[in-house]
Design a protein around this ligand. Structure first.
Ligand code: SF4
Length: 272
């Protein structure tokens, strides 16, 4: 059996303890996927799991080609889907043989062959969740109740990684790039909302029409450092599975980092 990075990651403890000399369990999973490390190098993995990997051939293809194959499989599923019938559940519009959905105020379209169209660069980290949403969303309206990722059903396995790869870099960006929230409002249709949880800034983005995301930022104050938390609607997983919520959030943070870099703002994390 061939395991993807995500499959491998799910088998790891997700504590990011670094005992394997890697920053995060996810990075370690990616190295195992590439055949550069062995899962047995994590001291906390059970023998049954390490046995699963015995005799697994080393991969010769890259994460990129794996991602491309996955994209192709999604596009194939699109060719068997009646896009017009997906307009209502997705909150999109079907016209001229294309289904168009707003991603943070920008039009993203797909046609019956699975071809994507957008005025902005189609980042694969956004394209995969977009296609998954078109195929799988149940079209549930948001409940209006915000919860952190760990309180979503599937979020328990993801919140540590989410904190490291999404909330922490976004907080660093907000600290170093005060115009970040203005950009979110002017470029990405962000909506300032009443300040939740006594934050200094509360802003709602719509990475997908039925998947709102609340960003709360607390500015640094005397001895207290800044804080940033992301919240999702209680029924977010009805509209997108947890892996894709994570992928989408990671893609957005990557995009914000690139915008900051364009403005000459140094970010302490790679632009991805
Ligand atoms: S893979 Fe294992 S050793 Fe490495 S960070 Fe995760 S828990 Fe720690």
């Amino acid at each position: 059996m061939t395991y993807s990075t995500i499959d491998i990651f799910k088998l790891l403890p997700k504590t990011n303890c670094k005992e394997c000399r890697t920053q995060t369990c996810f990075a370690f999973a990616a190295l195992i996927f590439k055949g550069e490390r062995e899962i047995s190098e994590c001291p906390y993995v059970d023998k049954e799991v390490t046995d699963l990997f015995k005799g697994t051939p080393k991969r010769t293809d890259s994460i990129e080609s794996d991602r491309e194959k996955f994209m192709e499989s999604l596009k194939q599923r699109i060719t068997h889907t009646d896009l017009e019938s997906r307009a209502i559940p997705t909150g999109g519009i079907y016209a001229k043989n294309r289904l168009t959905i707003k991603i943070m105020g920008k039009d993203f379209s797909v046609d019956a062959t699975g071809k994507l169209f957008s005025d902005i660069h189609v980042n694969p980290w956004i394209a995969v969740p977009f296609l998954t949403y078109v195929l799988e969303t149940k079209g549930q309206a948001p409940t209006g109740t915000w919860v952190p990722l760990r309180e979503l059903e599937g979020g328990k396995d993801w919140y540590r990684l989410f904190g490291q790869t999404c909330e922490k870099p976004l907080k660093q960006l907000a600290d170093n790039y005060p115009a970040l929230f203005e950009d979110m409002i002017s470029l990405f249709n962000g909506k300032p909302v009443e300040n939740h949880y006594q934050s200094d800034i509360s802003l709602v983005l719509h990475p997908l029409p039925r998947l709102p995301m609340l960003i709360c930022y607390w500015k640094p104050e005397e001895e207290l450092s800044s804080e940033l938390n992301l919240f999702f609607d209680r029924n977010a997983e009805e509209n997108l599975n947890i892996e894709r919520i994570y992928t989408l959030a990671t893609g957005l943070i990557t995009m914000f980092k690139k915008i900051a870099l364009k403005h000459g703002i140094a970010t302490s994390c790679p632009a991805g």
